[in-house]
Design a protein around this ligand. Structure first.
Ligand SMILES: [Zn+2]
Length: 187
């Protein structure tokens, strides 16, 4: 368990008038006693794409940066301000691995705690299953060190970077049984 503060803990001064008497009320609200500014801490929105090929393998990337450096994940990232979740998904996938998605389909969402520069940021991660016409991957330098297409039985949950991704990948396989998992000779 990380001892890092959450963004709700770390945000100690009123962003409107600057005083430090900016009291936490419950889990996710701070109120300024000087100017009565109310700040609600809503989760940061993030997206992830589970991109599959025609053999029902999914594309996983190896993270080149903290948090979870060296772990596997799905391509994605944070939405920009004023951007839709769908636009963020297309943009992030193109930035990270150079692929254009030709179809996306909403899969699931899951809350996540993202440790960023010593502060825990609550996020809400939206996952989509996605298809691409080709796998001419171009990795974003520094962000990602490798990529691979993996079958269900090749993926160990402990190797996946975040709990939200583990949940989304599990749900993906429930919706898209791999040939391995549907083999009646297997348990
Ligand atoms: Zn204030």
């Amino acid at each position: 368990m990380s001892t890092a503060p959450t963004v709700m803990d770390a945000f100690t001064h009123c962003p409107r008038c600057g005083v430090s008497d900016f009291k936490l009320q419950g889990n996710n609200l701070r109120i300024c006693s000087n100017c009565d500014y109310h700040h609600h801490f809503n989760p940061v929105c993030a997206v992830g794409a589970i991109i599959s090929d025609d053999r029902n393998r999914i594309l996983l990337i190896e993270r080149g940066k903290e948090p979870a450096k060296g772990k596997l994940g799905v391509p994605g990232g944070f939405t920009d301000v004023w951007e839709s979740v769908e636009d963020a998904l297309h943009r992030e996938v193109e930035e990270e691995i150079g692929l254009k998605l030709h179809s996306i389909r909403y899969l699931t969402s899951h809350a996540n705690a993202y440790l960023y520069r010593g502060v825990i940021i609550p996020t809400i991660d939206f996952f989509f299953s996605a298809k691409t016409n080709n796998f001419n991957v171009v990795l974003e330098e520094g962000e990602i060190t490798n990529w691979r297409l993996m079958e269900q039985h090749q993926i160990h949950p402990d190797d996946i970077a975040f709990e939200s991704m583990r949940v989304a990948i599990k749900i993906y396989w429930q919706h898209n049984r791999s040939s391995q998992a549907s083999d009646p000779n297997l348990p």
